[in-house]
Design a protein around this ligand. Structure first.
Ligand SMILES: NC(=O)N[C@@H](CC(=O)O)C(=O)O
Ligand SMILES: [Zn+2]
Ligand SMILES: [Zn+2]
Length: 392
């Protein structure tokens, strides 16, 4: 497949208004045009922050990978890559090979670094954790309770019964456990699944293995905020997505069913949204950026049984900046986007900078590719903060 086309215009698909070209695969069709730039009146406010990382990202594989990777690599330095492919990335060998595919799909001259993860199953061996650590390219292990979310069928059915030796080896190897924190019991109300998971799985796990590093991914409730805050700093942390900061569950039904706002864990009540906004804008080191950007083709979202996942990479930084601005906490944005994550993982912070300009830009209504379309979060809306290209 040809991979040489560039956005020829002065703006790229993300709206960066300079001559910084972004290489996209030849499968990109013209609908992914530049966003419309509205001139902000008066002097433009610009924020310069250390290049952010994304600590929870779905890049998929094949043509979907080629399509979406530029939206992350353009502004983010590194990303924790989720392993829920079909088949899932359950071994170090598979993670190494998936990493190669990602590197191959990157735009020319990109220095984006994928940080790989393993998909935990009932049969993952402690030795696999040793191999993962030795590889130098696997940075975490992901727990999907079987049936909890997209491609989780091969996930864990009984964490304490089946996975304790592996978890003990993870403690030895200082390998973090990343958690999709929802129970799968059909009798538990879908809006309560995170809280019940905390009470029945996470709390007992941390009591049993207090040395295990755990990231509660994409938290959605005040219960999760309280739980993370009650744990030992440096051992338990949480990622937070743009959609769970910006939207509450009313958004799912606003003017009719809104499939592009449907993700798991599902959006919650306003009180929960407010609790996670307070948590991230408080300056606490326990919370960091993880977009959970999860692309699905339009036809797989707009159908009788739609997939869960919000594609937010193109808008994530704009949405985060708006949330911090509204909370009067723009001074805390950089720690959330660029410091707390690497500090938790024990990795160096990025040294380059990006700028966010207070400039309005219009999000494309969809991105079109040969294989189909992807509808981003905030499709067709005008956002306030525009990420500019990397400065040297
Ligand atoms: N968040 C989602 O709704 N979907 C994710 C899986 C996940 O992170 O749970 C996906 O892979 O599509
Ligand atoms: Zn998840
Ligand atoms: Zn995810």
């Amino acid at each position: 497949m040809l991979k040489t086309s560039f956005f020829p215009c002065k703006a790229n698909a993300l709206g960066a208004p300079s001559g910084f070209p972004i290489k996209l695969s030849s499968t990109v069709l013209v609908k992914a045009k530049r966003p419309i730039h509205l001139k902000a009146s008066g002097a433009k406010m610009e924020l310069s922050i250390t290049r952010p990382d994304d600590w929870h990202l779905h890049l998929r594989d094949g043509e979907l990978l080629e399509a979406v990777v530029p939206h992350s690599s353009h502004h983010f330095g590194r990303a924790i890559i989720m392993p829920n492919l079909k088949p899932p990335v359950t071994t170090t060998a598979a993670a190494v090979s998936y990493r190669q595919s990602i590197l191959k799909a990157l735009p020319e001259n990109s220095d984006f670094t994928p940080l790989m993860t393993l998909y935990l199953t009932d049969t993952t061996s402690p030795n696999e954790i040793k191999l993962a650590r030795e590889s130098g390219v696997v940075f975490a292990v992901k727990l999907y309770p079987a049936g909890a979310t997209t491609n989780s069928q091969e996930g864990v059915t009984d964490l304490f019964g089946k996975c304790l030796p592996v978890l003990e080896e993870m403690v030895q190897q200082n390998m973090p456990l990343l958690v999709h924190g929802e129970v799968t019991d059909p009798d538990v109300d879908v809006f309560d699944r995170e809280k019940v998971f905390i009470d029945t799985v996470l709390s007992p796990l941390i009591q049993k293995l207090p040395q295990l590093k755990v990231v509660m991914e994409h938290i959605t409730t005040k219960d999760a905020v309280n739980f993370v805050q009650s744990c030992r700093e440096g051992f338990v942390a949480a990622t937070v997505t743009p959609q769970h900061l910006a939207l509450n569950r009313n958004s799912l039904f606003k003017g009719g069913l809104q499939p592009h706002s449907y993700c798991l864990p599902v959006l919650k009540r306003e009180i929960h949204r407010q609790a996670i906004v307070s948590a991230v804008t408080s300056g606490s080191k326990r919370f960091f950026l993880g977009t959970d950007s999860a692309p699905h083709e339009r036809t797989k979202k707009e159908c009788s049984c739609g997939c869960a996942g919000v594609y937010n990479s193109p808008v994530a930084l704009s949405v985060y900046a708006k949330i911090f601005e509204e909370a009067g906490a723009l001074d805390k944005l950089e720690a959330f986007t660029s410091f707390n994550g690497p500090d938790f993982y024990g990795l160096p912070r990025n040294t380059s900078k990006i700028k966010l300009s207070k400039t309005q830009w219009k999000v494309p209504s969809s991105f079109s590719f040969k294989f189909g379309e992807i509808v981003p979060m905030s499709a067709g809306e005008t956002l306030d903060w525009l990420p500019l290209p990397l400065s040297p």
